[in-house]
Design a protein. Structure first.
Length: 617
């Protein structure tokens, strides 16, 4: 709109949905219309009554041949364009060819995401891969600068860390929904938030953006986080710190665990309106990054993230290394510029791919699947033989698909062989990531339901809050003898010295019975009593959402049970979690979950070599 007032010509643009064309101007505020201050300050605004209707009619009748229809997208990242190629929306920027860009509008503003104005891909969007050698030369230069500062300088002394930082930062460029959450954790003051800032600088609108600031916080509400990961290409939830309040710490941990699962599972929370119609759902599309001082406690969430530990010495002690990371962004704007160049490469590769965009996206999905299988085989070679590798290899492939794009870009730019080969699966960068996820997989095996239950039982007995009895004589300690090792063993089974005679006395409730099977001491734990006691004392090992049947079945399924035949239901043939022991000529029958005593005394640690597992493998 343009008008003359107080000797000045003024022009302003009102932005809203097409619904405002059927609404009186004095009701535009209710339609979430963006009305500039210049318009609001006009003495005759808003036109009301008959004058308002006439004014709206005049607006519609004015220059009808110049009406342009655009789609306003309430998300960022790759969006389709009618009669054109997909474009990339980020902040107030549209990265794509002029014809396609003319048909879309960024819809995410400060009202939806308060920091959206900091999102962008630099200040220069000019240039194209098609017949523009000067542009290609500029891409080569920025590409080498990024690799030199982020990888080759050893700013992060651990190669796996710097590799995940680079791959994760550029992951939103790949036209596939991210699945992996990057979890940066460690003691305070060791570079967790700084590392996340270095990733966010690839998405800076201006050179000073994302310096000593991050978009999100662990104190944000769950609804705010849902909206953020559905509206931005990359999001950081910063600073999950220990709390003096137990309930607050548990709530914040659960909140981030839910968000991590939603990212991996592509899940949304459905809500209803008062009239029982569905509210808008928030589909997660962002590459999520979390920073925290401690690991998450929920096992199912830990299995869905890639952990990066930032402790002493993880950042290079030479400040010039990190100074270079700051300068390349704040002074030169290279990370964000490279992001825009990589987006343009994906557009160029997709439009020139046989079959166009649809075939290109399918090829990317096939490449990620193939990469997952290759990583799974590498993990097996590195010793990750226990448990399913499906989820862990999926996480690694989801992040490392970025290097597949970077390798293709290097080939498109005719860069030297050494530069190209560093992105190969057998090259040090990718192998470092595979080693990282293999180690994480091994640690996650210690959080499976069975081993967690076993560790809780061992801790419960050692703490003196429960005890096990002898199957021969419940009134005495289960291990016979008087030497020091046997006394210590009985102590770890819940028996302590009491009374003037120095005899052993049980502590806490009885949760199991020690019997001898095949010349081995075996503890038969009561399914319900033992589970409830372990869950009460150690809820972080035995979560409240877990049931005794799942825990007992885990003992068998994870190869932690004693070497006895697992019983089955005679009718349904379903496996049972109990083992029944009957002592000959005594008429004594004991039923429980069988665990070898020696394993229990090892604090429930999983065996390094399990004969049953080797046989199955």
């Amino acid at each position: 709109m343009s008008w003359h007032l107080n000797g000045r010509d003024i022009t302003a643009t009102v932005t809203g949905t097409e619904g405002i064309l059927g609404t009186r101007p004095d009701e535009w505020d209710r339609k979430k219309t963006n009305i500039p201050a210049e318009v609001l300050l006009h003495p005759d605004w808003p036109p009301e009554g008959p004058l308002g209707r006439k004014w709206l009619s005049a607006i519609k009748a004015n220059q009808p041949d110049e009406i342009a229809r655009k789609t306003r997208w309430m998300q960022t990242g790759w969006v389709p364009v009618q009669d054109g190629d997909p474009v990339f929306l980020i902040g107030d920027q549209i990265v794509g060819d002029a014809r396609s860009s003319a048909n879309v509008l960024p819809g995410i503003g400060p009202r939806e995401i308060d920091v959206i104005e900091k999102y962008g891909v630099g200040e220069d969007l000019s240039g194209s891969f098609a017949d523009d050698e000067n542009f290609r030369a500029g891409v080569r230069e920025t590409f080498r600068a990024i690799m030199d500062v982020y990888i080759h300088s050893n700013a992060w002394t651990d190669l796996a860390t710097s590799t995940v930082v680079l791959a994760g930062a550029l992951r939103p460029v790949v036209p596939l929904r991210p699945k992996a959450t990057i979890f940066i954790w460690g003691p305070k003051g060791k570079g967790k938030s700084y590392t996340a800032e270095c990733m966010m600088r690839f998405w800076a609108r201006r050179r000073g953006d994302w310096h000593e600031e991050l978009p999100g916080s662990a104190k944000d509400t769950p609804a705010a986080m849902e909206n953020a990961v559905a509206s931005t290409p990359i999001w950081v939830v910063d600073d999950l710190a220990p709390s003096a309040l137990r309930r607050q710490a548990e709530q914040e941990d659960a909140k981030l665990a839910d968000l991590t699962r939603a990212i991996f599972n592509n899940a949304t929370k459905r809500r209803m309106k008062t009239d029982m119609t569905s509210r808008k759902t928030f589909k997660p599309t962002a590459q999520l990054i979390l920073t925290a001082e401690n690991e998450l406690t929920t096992p199912s969430a830990k299995e869905r993230l890639i952990p990066l530990y930032l402790g002493q010495g993880k950042l290079h002690p030479d400040r010039s290394k990190t100074d270079a990371l700051n300068a390349i962004a704040a002074e030169k704007g290279i990370p964000a510029r490279f992001t825009s160049q990589l987006i343009k490469y994906v557009q160029y590769a997709a439009t020139t791919h046989p079959g166009g965009w649809a075939a290109y996206v399918s090829a990317m999905e096939a490449a990620r699947t193939q990469l997952k299988h290759q990583i799974s085989e590498l993990m097996k070679d590195m010793g990750a033989g226990s448990g399913s590798l499906e989820r862990t290899s999926t996480l690694a492939a989801d992040v490392m698909i970025t290097f597949f794009i970077l390798e293709n870009l290097a080939r498109e730019l005719d860069m030297d062989d050494d530069f190209i080969e560093q992105f190969g699966l057998d090259a040090p960068m990718n192998r470092a990531v595979v080693e990282l996820v293999t180690e994480a997989h091994s640690e996650n095996q210690q959080n499976l339901p069975g081993i967690s239950f076993l560790r809780a039982l061992a801790a419960l007995l050692s703490s003196g809050n429960a005890h096990v009895i002898s199957g021969d004589d419940p009134s005495r300690a289960p291990i016979e003898g008087t030497d020091q090792s046997e006394s210590l063993t009985n102590h770890r089974l819940g028996w302590i010295i009491g009374g003037a005679d120095g005899s052993l006395r049980p502590k806490g409730e009885t949760i199991g019975t020690v019997v001898t099977i095949n010349n081995q001491k075996v503890v038969l734990f009561h399914k319900v009593v033992a589970f409830k006691a372990a869950q009460k004392e150690f809820p972080r090992l035995v979560n409240y959402g877990q049931g005794e049947s799942a825990a007992a079945a885990g003992i068998w399924d994870e190869g932690l049970a004693a070497d006895v035949s697992r019983p089955f239901n005679a009718k349904t043939k379903a496996p049972l979690p109990f083992y029944s022991y009957e002592r000959k000529n005594k008429g004594v029958k004991v039923t429980g979950i069988p665990i070898v005593l020696s394993r229990l005394l090892e604090d429930g640690q999983a065996p390094a070599n399990n004969p049953k597992e080797e046989l199955e493998n």
